[in-house]
Write a protein that binds this ligand. Structure first.
Ligand code: UGA
Length: 432
């Protein structure tokens, strides 16, 4: 099929490269000339494992082409995927202005209106509103949310657990079936608003699992229970499942915080309140600053305390620092005049743009740790698990605290070396 993709961010570029690899004839459009130039040299402006290689390969095979959005007037395609950003506005609602601009551009630049597939995350009800505004979209508009995790986006695209879509016309469903004909995942096709709701409800439910296990972990610390065993025990119930039950310093990223907030806002408009959503948000805000609360309890005054924060991105496998727990924590520590060293394998460039000047950035984790009293792990990069902990112990100053914000270090090893170890829900000494 001839598929055009508008917006070459995380989702749009992954979609373009993966569809082109499957043999579709894909053209990726973006407004940003610099971005287009660097993508065409397969120098992707963000970190996503294996994407560079796939883009290079598909450009070489000529199944992927790149073009700037400008006025053409005579474009032809079978389907257009819109994957532009829908950031959270200051009002707490999702800003769909880029999506509206894209739709207007499509209407005035394509000879026969192709199917328009919306991958951008939009609040439930958006598609219907757009159709009432642009009636020519009625049989062409298809909601097709994405469930890609940053850092695993290619893998998730290639092995989806489901393909969700919503349209008014049967032809819309046939279009989706054709695009994804080589995929074995189950299809769920619905009306447009239900499809939009599936995306929001999925993210909110996963965020709910995380906030829930975090509160259980906090309670474990008070009661002398061990969260790893509790998570495992809960997760073995197939009605609950083992995923998204790892406690720590809360969730971040460009999706969960934004989508839960936006769903909460939407429910306030229609239901008055959806208390559970507000609780998910409140718990997460508290959880992101857990190491700060811990240090504040331990030290009378945080001013001058020397701390190393390992990890800046909102999770491993990405250089995305949007709503990152680490960034929020560093800002909080900086307000208390803590001396902060930091290291991340890929996110320093992005973080330098937004963190206070007083933060010290290092290219090597051992240099960042040298001489600090507390090391806080905020991102689960493998290399942090494999640090030479004996060396780390020698290089730190008393009281040599390790705050494992991702509950992923070998607790016994760390404690046996003599560190003061703290995590979330792991207060009792591990025997393993
Ligand atoms: C999330 C969803 O997982 C995707 O399905 C969805 O497509 C995407 O949002 C989106 O809406 O575009 P992503 O934001 O890349 O993907 O990140 P996740 O891997 O889901 O992790 C989100 C946050 O939860 C991270 O901060 C992670 O550290 C945290 N997390 C995850 C936990 O604290 N505990 C867990 O057990 C799992």
């Amino acid at each position: 099929m001839k598929i055009d993709v508008i917006g070459l961010g995380y989702v749009g570029l992954v979609a373009s490269a993966c569809l082109a690899e499957k043999g579709h004839n894909v053209t990726g459009y973006d407004t940003n000339t610099e971005k287009l130039k660097s993508i065409s040299k397969s120098d992707i402006p963000f970190y996503e494992p294996n994407l560079n290689e796939l883009v290079r390969l598909t450009i070489q095979k000529q199944t992927l082409k790149l073009k700037k959005i400008e006025n053409y007037g005579d474009l032809v395609a079978d389907a257009i995927i819109i994957a532009v950003g829908t950031p959270l506005s200051k009002m707490g609602t999702l800003d769909i202005s880029q999506l509206q601009v894209a739709i207007k551009w499509i209407i005035s630049n394509y000879q026969n209106l192709p199917f328009i597939i919306i991958k951008s995350t939009v609040p439930p009800g958006t598609g219907e509103k757009l159709i009432s505004q642009y009636q020519e979209l009625t049989d062409k508009y298809i909601s097709n949310p994405e469930f890609l995790r940053e850092g695993q986006a290619i893998e998730d695209w290639k092995n989806p657990d489901r393909i969700i879509s919503g349209s008014k016309s049967q032809k819309g469903y046939e279009c989706i079936k054709e695009i994804y004909k080589n995929y074995t995942a189950p299809f769920v096709h619905s009306d447009i608003t239900s499809s939009e709701m599936i995306k929001f409800a999925s993210n909110a439910f996963l965020a709910n699992k995380i906030s829930f296990i975090n509160e259980i972990a906090n309670l474990c610390d008070k009661l002398g229970a061990y969260i790893d065993d509790v998570s495992k025990g809960i997760g073995l119930d197939p009605r609950i499942g083992p995923n998204y039950l790892i406690p720590g310093v809360g969730y971040g990223g460009s999706c969960f915080p934004k989508d839960v907030q936006s769903l909460n806002d939407l429910s306030m408009t229609h239901l008055q309140s959806f208390d559970l959503l507000q609780s998910i948000i409140t718990t997460n805000q508290k959880q992101q600053l857990m190491p700060y609360f811990y240090l504040s309890e331990k030290f009378e005054n945080l001013k001058g305390l020397k701390v190393c924060v390992l990890g800046l991105s909102f999770k491993a496998g990405t250089d995305d620092i949007r709503e990152s727990s680490s960034i929020n924590l560093i800002n909080q520590l900086s307000n208390s005049e803590v001396v902060i060293n930091t290291y991340d394998p890929v996110s320093i460039k992005n973080s330098k743009k937004i963190l206070p000047d007083s933060v010290n950035f290092f290219d090597d984790p051992y240099d960042a740790i040298n001489g600090v009293q507390a090391t806080i792990i905020m991102t689960e990069w493998n290399e942090f698990q494999n640090l030479a902990w004996k060396k780390v112990y020698k290089s730190m100053e008393n009281p040599k605290i390790i705050f494992d914000g991702k509950n992923f270090l070998n607790q016994k090893l760390i404690q046996d070396l003599g560190f003061e170890y703290f995590a979330v829900g792991r207060k009792i000494k591990s025997k393993k």
